[in-house]
Design a protein around this ligand. Sequence first.
Ligand SMILES: [Zn+2]
Length: 215
Amino acid sequence: MFFVSKSRKFQFFGELITSIPNDDNKIALTFDDGPTENTAAILGKLNELEIKATFFVCGAGIDARPEDAKAIVQAGHDLGSHSYSHQRMILKSYTFYKEEVDRTNELVRASGYEGEIFFRPPYGKKLFVLPYYLNQVDMTTVMWSIEPETILGNDASPDEIAQYVIDNVESGSIILLHPMYNAENVLAALDILIPKLQEQGYTFCTVSDLYDEYR
Ligand SMILES: [Zn+2]
């Protein structure tokens, strides 16, 4: 069971995406957790680099910082669900999952987001009951194909993070980063990797852009 619940490519119900290969070298940056006090700095950096990204935030984070969630939407980024409470999504009741999903969807809508709400489970865990419910409400689970901080460790330098992404990127890659906690490091990495990948012909877009165009 441990191996099944950790698998990023397989689940029993509902659609699960780890990347969306395409002929246009489009890729997506995704940022998990929050919103936190770092939201403004992240939005400023994306604005400066003229990039749209996808934020998977927690309902509890929106409750705590509703203006930050609204600012993400107003800047034109995707706002996705990362559950309400960021607990491990295994061995819980149907009602627990339903509340985690529904409550967060309501908060995402209250933030002004009108697009499809994608779901990213905390810790990448899913198993039976959560995918069953996501399928019932027709929500797609979006995982990732590149996770530099997980592989390199939390003290990786901006150069190391950027180089890891550059070395592993391919068309349709979905890149996971955590600037809500480690803003300085991750934003410095974006300064390196975004121009570099654009030079190589990659275009950054949101998960919904990738999904709408290529799925
Ligand atoms: Zn998380």
